[in-house]
Ligand binder design. Structure first.
Ligand SMILES: NC(=O)C1=CN([C@@H]2O[C@H](COP(=O)(O)OP(=O)(O)OC[C@H]3O[C@@H](n4cnc5c(N)ncnc54)[C@H](OP(=O)(O)O)[C@@H]3O)[C@@H](O)[C@H]2O)C=CC1
Ligand SMILES: CC(=O)N[C@@H](CCC(=O)OP(=O)(O)O)C(=O)O
Length: 342
């Protein structure tokens, strides 16, 4: 019997990408689609690439409309999910693509998001050690942020194998879809085209505590992360360049071996052959993660680079992968590692 899924936030970028994936998922039947300011509009006018859903009309985002489904995806702005989720029964699988339930530390949440902490749900990054066990059979999933997905997958093998000191420096470039669909001046084509710029510099980005939480869970102590995001003139994609000071005795061979071991059996993470570096174009619209690592002997640092599509593995693909695990389906059902090029 088909699994009925509702999508709240169906007019946004994350909701649109989720629907693109759910339309080809063999076990899913798409139920209610809801929005906010666009309630009452045809989906065809808002997400014209979702041809089979063109005549569906968006409903309002209420618990009554979302009730009666097996799975409810919440692709809403931060801070909006908790109020909806608490009205959905414990028997419904709720997958939150926003930030509301990602962080364990209430003080971190309040500092970076400025509202009371709603709680912590099983974290939807299956590749993180222990995550699959927590997701199996779960009725609540917190999908990671896009930058934390890219950065965690780049650095986890170095910390799991105890190769890196507990400090990491990350510079990551994101396409503009990471900022959502609502109009903002700094996202105008004339501001972004032909230019790159940093933002949230100096520890101010809300994804920093999420990265610290993930890396600290596998390292032998708390990890500090200096994170600088940058906005790049592309619609999708994240390229994360991460480095950490190597522990004494580390060599290029021990680093390579740790990464090969970590990702040998992962369906979506590909450690590239030595000398080939990740590129956002190679993971466009795919759930794949490209990773490469090098040991900079002169600087004594491990350099790990990852590329993801922020809307696929960084949001909607990660959500579907985690849903599959929670429902007892094959983790890769409905997902592809095949990109679009050029
Ligand atoms: N874009 C990305 O790369 C990523 C996004 N996410 C997360 O996904 C969520 C959605 O992001 P994204 O799709 O980019 O954002 P968008 O701005 O593109 O979409 C937001 C969606 O939420 C709806 N909405 C807005 N305000 C409310 C409200 N008060 N109550 C109910 N619905 C509301 C909008 O409806 P309407 O248009 O009808 O007003 C729209 O459907 C966010 O939490 C974001 O953090 C996570 C990882 C990556
Ligand atoms: C380019 C851009 O603005 N990106 C967003 C991150 C989007 C994302 O994935 O994170 P959430 O799920 O936490 O929203 C930002 O820097 O806030």
């Amino acid at each position: 019997m088909a699994v009925r899924a509702a999508v709240a936030g169906a007019s946004g970028y994350a909701g649109g990408e989720l629907l693109r994936l759910l339309l080809v998922h063999p076990e899913i039947e798409i139920g209610a689609l809801t929005g906010n300011s666009n309630a009452g509009q045809r989906l065809g006018a808002l997400q014209p690439h979702l041809f089979p859903l063109a005549d569906r009309v968006l409903q309002e985002t209420t618990a009554e409309i979302l009730a009666g489904h097996d799975v409810v995806f919440l692709a809403l702005p931060h801070g909006q999910s908790a109020a909806v989720a608490e009205q959905l029964g414990p028997e419904v699988l709720v997958v939150d693509m926003g930030a509301d339930f990602r962080l364990k530390d209430a003080a971190d949440w309040e500092r970076f998001y400025g509202s009371p902490h709603a709680g912590t749900w099983p974290y939807g990054l299956p590749e993180l050690p222990g995550a699959r066990a927590a997701l199996e059979g779960s009725k609540r999933i917190a999908v990671p942020g896009c930058y934390p997905t890219a950065v965690t997958l780049a650095l986890v093998p170095a910390y799991t194998a105890s190769l890196a000191e507990n400090e990491a420096v990350v510079v990551a470039a994101s396409g503009t879809s990471g900022a959502g669909k609502s109009p903002k001046t700094h996202l105008l084509g004339s501001e972004v085209m032909g230019s790159m710029s940093p933002y949230g510099v100096g520890g101010g980005h809300r994804h920093t505590p999420e990265m610290i939480q993930n890396l600290g869970a596998v390292a032998d102590g708390p990890v500090t992360v200096s994170f600088t995001p940058t906005l790049a003139p592309m619609s999708r994609g994240i390229l994360a360049t991460c480095s950490a000071k190597a522990k004494p005795g580390v060599t290029a061979e021990t680093v390579r071996a740790a990464y090969e071991k970590a990702y040998a059996d992962e369906p979506f993470v590909r450690l590239l052959p030595e000398g080939q570096w990740p590129a956002t174009a190679s993971v466009h619209a795919s759930n794949a993660v490209q990773v490469q690592v090098a040991y900079d002997a002169a600087a004594g640092r491990i350099i790990a680079v990852s590329a993801i599509d922020n809307l696929t593995k960084g949001t909607a693909g990660g959500a579907v992968q985690s849903m599959n695990i929670a429902l007892g389906l094959d983790e890769a059902t409905g997902l592809s590692t095949i990109g679009v090029a050029p």
